[in-house]
Design a binder for this molecule. Structure first.
Ligand code: G6P
Length: 607
């Protein structure tokens, strides 16, 4: 994935490039680097690991130069070492790259046969050499880039810097996002509008295959056939303010605690409370004609989609398929006319989900997107945009975006049900009432913070943890296991409670904590039976339920977590809180980097 910033400035750029990287750190933090040009040569600083390491390098040895490019890396080809850190330099060319050059191997062989020496294991360095070879052969930067781009297969966003043209940065995009920013006597390049927000609000989104020659007073954009094109300049609206942690120890904890407010904010645009109606925001779309829904997403967003499948089928009786984006795209799914393809993404940039979206569109599906970033690629490509209003989410492990996605999906399920004639006015009013109760119920759930923190020492030493749930609580079990894996590095598995007897029950012993998610309701008895199967084998159970459920089944559990009693529709929104808090406190007990866990990135822009 990786984040890119470029500035063709009038004054020193290193600090501003660094600030841009800070805003892009969510895209990866394996290494970072900055290269500037001036005085006839490149100057470069690179460092392994988080941006703080690069800052130390810059403080010890500051970078001059009014023009430069910068990069924060999520490693694909080559370990996260300084040698593999971008920017890469090949003779007169430096570059930063986001994405994967799939045909790098034959290109590298060709360049080595040509006598070129590689200093890194990255796929990116081949592009620097290809362009350098053209420039050394007498081509202008523009000609060199135009010649090389058609040779690259895969997905990329690239920014090039040229030693002998210290007033130019060239950016190119294919499959990974890149924006250009218009300043006052300066111009910019960035992976997203957020990175450029402190520099400018006037931006243009490059389209697939576009490349742009950025100088101080002009940005010339070309399409994939090298023809000059104009792209609309828009006000980005991205906030220039840096998001702070406030009094919280971690962004994740802050974001968990923001959920009552952001879920309420999100629901506000989907509920007409006075009328007791649900409504899609500012959209006229006839859901009654939809005969099938295909949900596609990745990671936590995928689990929100799994919950939605239960809701859409139960309330609207509309058939739902669901798949992770990386599988959907390549399994030749059958997509029939009249289908709605629903993509769920916090960032709106996840490469697999975006590729799946484009595939669904090419197969004639109406494309709906539930997304937290209204300026993102997915949001811009949606026929039907269903925004979540979670605000910027900084913690790599998604929390508040997830509950906001659930809020939108629950409202969408109700909209569907009404459109399909399956909801009476009274039932709709009832659903609106329950959804309105969600923020307060989430606040109640948050009151268990201390009690959950006290349980962390019981889970932190475990090597394996199981999460069990049924119905819409099954995806919550999967989400609980994912959260724990992501931030505490403990192996965890989520299982459909009834499926446990077909395999995972063999794992049960007195070393494996088993977290059972079982709100009282229609599936409670069945889940409790599965829980007893665990107990009978010495399993150590943490039961998450309401008072009623705990009174009925809490005896003999290692611990219980008490949730407010809620309607089954909003249970997933409420039960998200204890699984998030448990993962958080276990990670804190283990001393991991909660907000930036190893090997992960917030936005995954490679397939
Ligand atoms: C990454 C993040 C996850 C996130 C997933 C999907 O793996 O670490 O937290 O759920 O991407 O991201 P999206 O932005 O599409 O929701």
């Amino acid at each position: 994935m990786c984040g890119i910033v470029g500035i063709v400035g009038r004054e020193a750029v290193a600090q501003r490039l660094f600030d841009g990287l800070k805003r892009l750190e969510y895209r990866g933090y394996d290494s970072a680097g900055i290269c500037t040009v001036g005085g006839g040569d490149f100057e470069r600083r690179r460092a392994e690991g988080k941006l703080d390491n690069l800052k130390r390098e810059l403080d010890a040895d500051p970078l001059a130069g009014d023009v430069g490019i910068a990069h924060t890396r999520w490693a694909t080809h080559g370990a996260p070492t300084v040698d593999n850190a971008h920017p890469h330099i090949a003779g007169p060319v430096a570059l930063v790259h986001n994405g994967i050059i799939e045909n790098f191997k034959p290109l590298r062989d060709e360049l080595i046969a040509d006598g070129r020496t590689f200093l890194s294991e990255t796929d990116s360095e081949v592009v620097a050499h290809l362009v350098a070879r053209e420039v050394e052969g007498g081509a202008s930067p523009q000609q060199a880039v135009a010649t090389v781009l058609p040779r690259l297969h895969g997905a990329f966003a690239i920014a090039f810097l040229f030693k002998d043209h210290p007033d130019t940065v060239i950016g190119a995009r294919m499959g990974a996002p890149l924006t250009v920013g218009y300043g006052d006597g300066e111009n910019y390049l960035g992976s997203d509008a957020l990175a450029l927000a402190p520099l400018t609000q006037r931006i243009a989104y490059l389209e697939e295959g576009d490349w742009a020659v950025v100088t101080r007073d002009r940005i010339a954009i070309f399409d994939r056939s090298n023809a000059p094109v104009e792209r609309d300049i828009v006000e980005s609206g991205a906030s220039a303010q840096r998001i702070e942690k406030g009094n919280y120890r971690h962004f994740m904890l802050k974001e968990i605690n923001e959920q009552p407010v952001v879920v309420a904010q999100t629901l506000q645009s989907y509920l007409r409370t006075l009328e007791g109606r649900v409504a899609l925001p500012d959209i006229e779309f006839d859901l009654s004609a939809v005969n099938r829904v295909t949900i596609v997403a990745c990671g936590t967003s995928f689990y929100a989609g799994m919950v939605a499948k239960y809701w859409f089928e139960q309330f609207a009786r509309v058939p739902v398929d669901i798949d992770v984006a990386s599988e959907f795209r390549y399994r030749q799914p059958v997509l029939e006319p009249g289908g709605l393809a629903l993509f769920i993404s916090q960032s709106g940039e996840t490469a697999d989900t975006l590729a799946a979206l484009r595939h669904a569109r090419s197969e004639g599906q109406v494309v709906a997107v539930v997304c937290n970033v209204p300026t993102s690629s997915m949001a811009r490509e949606a026929d039907l945009l269903l925004p979540t209003h979670a605000g910027p989410e900084i913690g790599v492990a998604s929390t508040k975006a997830f509950t906001c996605q659930l809020a939108v999906l629950a409202a969408l399920a109700a909209n569907f049900a009404r459109a399909k004639g399956r909801l009476s006015e009274a039932e709709e009013r009832d659903i609106v009432e329950h959804l309105r109760e969600a923020p307060e119920a989430i606040s109640e759930a948050l009151k268990q913070d201390e009690a959950i923190a006290a349980l962390a020492p019981l889970v932190a030493p475990a090597r394996d943890v199981l999460y069990l749930g049924r119905g819409p609580d099954y995806p919550m079990a999967l989400e609980g296991a994912l959260k724990l894996k992501e931030i505490s590095y403990i192996h965890a598995e989520g299982y459909a409670a009834g499926e446990m007897k077909h395999g995972p029950i063999a794992l049960i012993d007195d070393l494996v904590p088993v977290i059972v998610i079982a709100p009282s309701g229609p599936l409670f008895e069945k889940t409790v039976s599965n829980m007893q199967e665990v107990r009978a084998r010495g399993g150590r159970i943490i039961l998450v339920s309401d008072e009623h459920g705990i009174a009925e089944a809490g005896e003999g559990c290692m611990a219980t977590i008490v949730m407010p009693e809620v309607h089954p529709l909003i249970a997933p929104l409420v039960y998200a809180v204890p699984v998030q808090l448990l993962a958080y406190h276990v990670a804190v007990a283990k001393g991991t980097d909660v907000d930036q866990p190893r090997n992960l990135a917030k936005s995954v822009t490679v397939e």
